[in-house]
Design a protein around this ligand. Structure first.
Ligand code: COS
Length: 384
């Protein structure tokens, strides 16, 4: 945790400079090669970006949620692929261990995740279970000191790069819903663990997803997160509460970048004898975007502070993910519109961002799942 404003400002400023000077100039290369250059990955490691949220005792920076979202606002002002590489170590890949892991599990894995020596990924989704996560069918059957895992996980971010996988599997086949699910850490190279081919996505080139396949994969029983069966679904939901807030912050940063690009273009581009930024119909798009970004930013900061104050922010995290990701989609659409024909060609970053940000309304819970969580919590709270 950064306890003083001066150090926090230094961190946010150095992130902002790194994004501007190193990442933005590399965006086209990443989009064309589908790879983040190795020297940039090394610099990200040296800056401590893989361990932003990992507690200091395990070698990370231990940022609070508020500090994390302030950092995320900056990191998101460039291609989401860069954020995605560090995102699983700071978020869904490591949080299961941080929130519910045993001391030994934390000591074993977290320092390597904080340094970026290991990449973590989070494997919940399956071919037959996406939004209905509790219906997952991957099984983990106890056999002596091991569990034998069988099943397939789908669209797993950073799976091709990962050294460890947080996976949710059913340890009790008699319980069809969430209570039969447990969370495990599975290491790369474990016999029976293999990967599918890398998915060809609409956007986010440089961020890789693929299937993770388990065929009689024997995992030590010591690798069950927290040491207890049957609580893996709750671990996953707690991880997602935090992850959704983080993604909402990313939506704010990405929208700010697109609006900056659109504003600059509108001030340079002349039609009917004057910059198009002087036209009120263009101004309306700029102003609506500014107002919506401000609203999302304020929501995210408020929810982050509440989480730091140990409040249950399941509802607020879903509100933030819902509003910020939809807002980001609207800003992307307006930014393309302001660019006109230029917004439809790849010479301008906005064409790429338009495709990249489409994912924000889908992953870590679709907009419709956020609506469902919010409304369910409202009904539950009203009947208490
Ligand atoms: N924190 C802690 N516990 C939670 C929780 C949370 N945020 N949300 C749910 N739980 C608990 C519930 O309290 C319940 O516990 P009990 O059985 O002890 O009462 C249990 O988990 C099951 O919850 P619920 O009944 O709400 O589960 P459902 O199957 O009805 O659905 C949704 C839950 C739809 C919200 C869940 O499946 C979901 O988030 N789906 C989207 C998955 C997703 O985001 N996927 C993206 C891919 S991962 S990047």
């Amino acid at each position: 945790m950064i306890r003083d404003n001066e150090t926090l400002t230094l961190l946010v400023d150095s992130l902002s400079r790194f994004v501007r000077e190193r990442l933005v100039p590399a965006e086209n290369e990443v989009a064309e090669t589908d790879e983040i250059p190795a020297d940039i990955v090394s610099e990200m490691r040296a800056l401590g970006l893989f361990g932003l949220t990992i507690p200091e005792e395990y070698g990370g920076l231990g940022l609070t949620m508020e500090e994390e979202v302030l950092a995320a606002f900056e990191i998101a002002k460039t291609s989401p692929a860069f954020r995605s590489l560090i995102g699983t170590n700071n978020g869904i890949g490591s949080q299961g261990l941080i929130i519910d892991g045993t001391d030994e599990q934390k000591r074993h894995y977290l320092p390597k995740l904080a340094s970026g020596e290991l990449i973590a990924s989070f494997a919940l989704t399956e071919p037959g279970s996406g939004s209905d996560a509790a219906s997952l069918r991957t099984t983990a059957v106890r056999d002596g000191d091991h569990y034998v895992i069988n099943g397939t996980k789908r669209f797993i971010t950073n799976a091709p790069e990962a050294g460890i996988y947080t996976i949710m599997a059913r340890t009790n086949p008699d319980i069809k819903g969430s209570g039969g699910i447990s969370a495990f850490i599975v290491e790369k190279g474990t016999p029976g663990l293999s990967l599918g081919k890398i998915d060809k996505k609409m956007g986010q080139k440089g961020a890789h997803t693929c299937d993770v396949i388990f065929e009689n994969c024997r995992v030590p029983a010591a690798n069950i997160i927290g040491g207890n069966e049957g609580v893996g679904f709750k671990t996953a939901m707690k991880v997602l509460d935090k992850g959704r807030l983080h993604i909402a912050a990313i939506c704010v940063g990405a929208a700010e970048r697109m609006l900056d690009d659109a504003l600059r273009y509108a001030m340079e581009r002349k039609q009917f004898g004057q910059p198009i930024a002087e036209f009120q119909l263009v101004q309306a798009m700029l102003a609506d975007s500014r107002a919506e970004i401000y609203a999302a930013r304020s929501m995210v900061l408020d929810a982050a502070r509440r989480r730091d104050n140990k409040q249950d922010v399941s509802t607020e995290a879903s509100c933030c993910k819902l509003f910020a990701s939809e807002m980001c989609g609207r800003v992307a659409d307006r930014a393309v519109q302001i660019h006109g024909g230029a917004g439809y060609v790849s010479e301008y970053a906005v064409e790429r961002f338009y495709r990249d940000v489409r994912l924000f309304r889908i992953y870590e819970g679709t907009t419709q799942i956020q609506q469902l969580v919010i409304a369910r919590n409202m009904v539950r709270d009203a009947t208490r």
